[in-house]
Design a protein around this ligand. Structure first.
Ligand SMILES: O=C(O)CCC(=O)C(=O)O
Ligand SMILES: [Fe+2]
Length: 340
């Protein structure tokens, strides 16, 4: 691990707590929560003392998870390095042969002088929502090998963290060791030329960190994902398999739109294909009705953008130092406070 200091915004400890029956809420303490949400609780028919107690207990658990996160991350990572033996060592090292020909052509085109968004569109297969682009990323063979590696990890007794508050299953790829020689390379050498062209206003020309994880849906686990925005400037979402029915993604409005006139665009995941979109573009996943779906998600971050405006609280970030990987803020342009 490098020695650079990492940061989260202080809103990490108060905002965007996900409760299935309520959606995302702000949670400081019991008194604030009851005061701010009494009306909403009433509207949702959550009135018994027992129900409110259950919700408060979930919120407190999530707060503890967030407070302990960096320590637990370091412990899990060390345990995985010590005890886990990969099935396919080579999938941790990105090779061009893992990448779809079409994707490599897109990268090359984006690097040519005079490349334009219109020119890049001839490689894009799906663009039915504004600034959402679908195209092949990996080969089928690589997806199979990566899936086999992920399933091997799942069957091991290694510890694993939750990708975020909405997903109960899934794998944090940095803990497993995918950042160093796979995901960093994918971001810097292959994705950045494309995002420079497609998302300059979101820092696509300087995506300097990421958080990457696998989301997993199955009929007896998480089947869908609520409508949300990502803690990312730009998101890449690649479908690795396996076999599944339904489970489409849908896109609505931008989070910052004041009076959204939402008409949803539906995207059906396709094996080996990825979708790239703005992190603040609201989206969700419909339920799968059969099988299992594994997708690789990269929340791509640009410190240039988020140092000015935290995408989760929409204000200037108040930085809190962390021993973990942080959320992609850097120190140079922001005030650092030492809350813990
Ligand atoms: O299930 C999907 O494909 C979307 C996942 C997603 O939006 C996320 O993890 O942020
Ligand atoms: Fe998302």
């Amino acid at each position: 691990m490098n020695s650079k200091q990492h940061y989260v915004c202080s809103c990490y400890y108060t905002n965007n707590f996900f409760i299935r029956r309520l959606g995302h809420v702000v949670f400081v303490d019991r008194a604030q929560f009851i005061k701010d949400y009494s009306q909403v609780l009433k509207e949702k028919g959550i009135s018994s003392e027992k129900d409110v107690k259950t919700i408060l207990s979930e919120l407190n658990q999530e707060l503890q998870r967030r407070k302990n996160q960096s320590q637990e991350y370091l412990e899990r990572r060390a345990a995985i390095q010590r005890c886990y033996t990969p099935l396919h060592q080579h999938v941790y090292h990105l090779q061009e042969s893992f990448l779809a020909d079409r994707f490599l052509e897109m990268v090359r085109y984006s690097q040519t002088e005079g490349a334009t968004v219109e020119g890049l569109m001839s490689f894009v297969e799906w663009n039915k929502a504004e600034k959402v682009y679908g195209f092949p990323v990996f080969t089928e063979e690589f997806c199979q090998e990566l899936l086999a590696e992920l399933e091997h990890f799942e069957l091991s007794d290694s510890p694993r963290g939750r990708p975020n508050t909405m997903n109960n299953y899934g794998i944090l790829l940095n803990e497993l060791g995918f950042d160093e020689d796979f995901l960093n390379k994918l971001r810097e050498d292959y994705l950045t030329p494309i995002t420079t062209l497609l998302f300059p206003e979101c820092g696509g020309d300087r995506l300097d960190s990421h958080k990457s994880f696998i989301v997993k849906y199955k009929t007896d686990g998480d089947v869908d994902l609520n409508y949300h925005y990502d803690n990312a400037e730009v998101t890449l979402n690649i479908c690795l398999g396996k076999q599944f029915e339904e489970g489409s993604l849908y896109f609505g409005h931008m989070r910052t739109e004041r009076q959204p006139n939402t008409a949803y665009a539906e995207y059906r995941h396709k094996l080996t294909h990825g979708l790239i979109h703005r992190g603040q573009h609201m989206h969700g996943a419909m339920p799968i009705t059969d099988g299992e779906r594994y997708n690789l998600i990269m929340w791509l971050r640009s410190s240039k953008i988020r140092n000015r405006l935290c995408p989760m609280c929409n204000t200037r970030p108040q930085l809190v130092a962390t021993d973990g990987l942080g959320d992609g803020f850097t120190q140079d342009q922001v005030n650092v406070c030492n809350v813990e």
